[in-house]
Ligand binder design. Structure first.
Ligand SMILES: [Ca+2]
Length: 577
């Protein structure tokens, strides 16, 4: 049975778990609170700086010059049951001249349905009787998964996020508009360049993307065409998806990235699991790019994407250049929306505090990074991965840039850097990391990567016949298994092979090397490695002394190989007498 965990149930749980009102912010940041907003669901910032806040029960409230106006902008009659109600707000791109704004709400009825309506502003209130419904969606059954976010894109079209209304099959059909991102003209009609305009019919031509469960929030990046869709997960994964026309985001076939990969579905750019930690949660709710007209935060925030989790009460920061995330704020009572104002402030809407909070950078008050753990030298086998790590102290968040031989490595911008398969061209390369925060930067020590090629047992020229000596140092070919004249108490024959690329690490001895023989029938015989060490006066050449076991087949050749650090040598031929 599929568990249809709803936003509402999450709210009930989280209200018990979290009663704090002041967030923990990075050093240098402070916040101010505007309270008195009962059961808020979404907000938008007008071009003139006023903040319009949707209350689930139907009031659209206005915050002006830092204060909550007593009179609502408008009150719409809604069905407020479960996750229904007044859920979304967007300003017309030409609001300054036409005074149009749009809201998304649940129209009461039997059954109810969600609607997008246009209102006309007259200052801080709506013109009476100005409501113009532009989009009426399908009738609802369950009270949850309504979506509700609406925003204009850079193309001047209105994008509308709809939930699948707890009917999973809705997400995958082009026959209704639930579990989708819709794209409409501001009069509600579908633009003819919509991706399914020619495959869907009627009102379904407004479908722009599908395969979504409950995209409660989404955001456009100012100055770009980039759009991120936050899809609330069911049992395990919360998603940040790359908004691309015609995409299918996989629900309910997949939650999080499809496993195994499925070319029919677009996996999220970023996902996080369910839990109650600083990196896990239960419902992604709120997303905003930090690309304000006036940058008020430190420059390292520009271009990053803030996102929040309703239950865990944090705001984290995703870096769209590498799809990794870092911490920002915690201790928030049920964040449901995030917006970045043109003045560079970050606003978050905390349902559990009935408040909007404005976050500003008022630093310095912080400390520059200091490297506490430097990357360590690595020695790896050719073809094996190598990972370097750095740890810094100081004021978070940090940004990271790894360098190879003091040149920036493209995309290497997290606290660890991995070469998935080290090649000989990486041998001797030096790696370091520059760690930066709002207050300065620090550069780690360099770590050297040593790449070891596979060992090679020396053989005669143009042959696989081993160059080898029998104990106690004579040339013997073929080799007997027992030599009563050698100096060992067991009388077993020792054979000394010679190898290159068989350098032991400082702490290692002969036990780091294994050896085996293989006969013509492909039977395997483990050989005891008695000694591994340098050959005096022959730099780079290693001697390996092997003890021949009694069960080697007499009168034929065997192929001997050695293995060190996970790499196995060539096979060198040796005859047994
Ligand atoms: Ca998905």
């Amino acid at each position: 049975m599929i568990v249809l965990r709803s936003l509402l149930i999450s709210l009930a749980v989280c209200a018990v778990l979290s009663r704090v009102t002041a967030a923990t912010l990075p050093a240098g940041f402070t916040e101010t609170q505007i309270s008195g907003l009962s059961n808020p669901s979404a907000m938008a910032i007008a071009p003139d700086g006023r903040i319009f806040v949707c209350l689930q029960g139907g009031n659209l409230r206005v915050i002006k010059n830092g204060g909550l106006l007593p009179t609502p902008f408008v009150t719409v009659t809604v069905d407020p049951n479960g996750e229904r109600g007044l859920l979304g707000i967007a300003f017309d791109p030409n609001f300054a001249t036409n005074n149009f704004l749009y809201v998304y709400y649940t129209v009461p009825g039997s059954p109810p349905h969600n609607r997008v309506s246009r209102f006309t502003a007259n200052g801080d209130v709506a013109v009476a009787g100005s409501e113009l419904p532009i989009l009426d969606l399908e009738n609802l059954s369950a009270s949850n998964h309504n979506g509700g976010a609406i925003h204009f894109g850079p193309d001047g079209k209105l994008y509308v996020a709809t939930g699948e209304n707890a009917v999973q099959s809705n997400a995958q059909t082009l026959s209704n508009r639930l579990g989708k991102i819709l794209r409409i003209n501001s009069d509600g009609t579908p633009p003819t360049d919509n991706p399914f305009y020619n495959t869907a019919t009627g009102v379904n031509r407004s479908i722009w993307a599908l395969g979504l469960r409950n995209p409660f929030t989404f955001a456009f990046q100012p100055g770009t065409t980039r759009m991120f869709i936050n899809d609330v997960g069911a049992n395990s994964q919360e998603e940040i998806n790359d908004g691309i026309a015609g995409s299918n985001y996989g629900w309910a076939n997949c939650e999080g990235a499809c496993s195994p990969p499925n070319a029919n579905f677009r996996d999220p750019l970023f996902q996080y699991g369910h839990g109650f930690s600083s990196m896990t949660g239960c419902a992604i709710a709120g997303g905003a790019f930090y690309n304000p007209t006036t940058v008020q935060f430190p420059a390292s925030y520009v271009g990053k994407y803030f996102f929040a989790d309703l239950c865990s009460g944090w705001i984290r920061l995703m870096d769209p250049s590498n799809n990794t995330a870092s911490g920002f704020a915690s201790g928030i009572a049920n964040p449901v929306d995030l917006q970045v104002a043109s003045d560079g402030s970050l606003y978050y809407l905390a349902r559990g505090s009935s408040s909007v909070f404005r976050v500003q950078f008022t630093g310095p008050g912080g400390t520059a990074p200091s490297i506490t753990t430097h990357p360590a030298n690595q020695t790896v086998a050719q073809g094996a991965p190598a990972t370097f790590n750095v740890v810094a102290s100081g004021s978070t968040p940090f940004s990271y840039q790894w360098q190879r031989n003091q040149v920036n490595i493209s995309g290497a911008t997290s606290s660890s850097y991995t070469i998935s398969s080290a090649g000989m061209s990486d041998n001797g390369a030096k790696f370091r990391c520059v760690v930066t925060n709002a207050f300065g930067s620090a550069t780690s020590n360099e770590a050297t990567l040593t790449v070891q090629p596979p060992p090679i047992l020396l053989t005669e020229q143009d042959s696989d016949s081993a160059i080898a000596l029998a104990s106690p140092g004579e040339f013997r070919d073929p080799f007997p298994l027992v030599d009563p004249f050698n100096l060992s108490s067991d009388n077993r024959t020792r054979v000394m092979f010679f190898a290159i690329n068989l350098d032991l690490l400082p702490a290692e001895d002969h036990t780091a090397v294994t050896a085996r023989a293989e006969d013509a029938s492909l039977n395997i015989y483990p050989l005891t490695v008695e000694f591994v060490g340098g050959v005096p006066n022959f730099a780079g050449v290693t001697q390996v002394i092997l003890i021949l076991p009694s069960n080697l087949p007499l009168g034929q050749s065997v192929l001997v190989s050695v293995t060190v650090h996970g790499q196995t040598s060539n096979k060198a031929r040796m005859r047994i007498q």
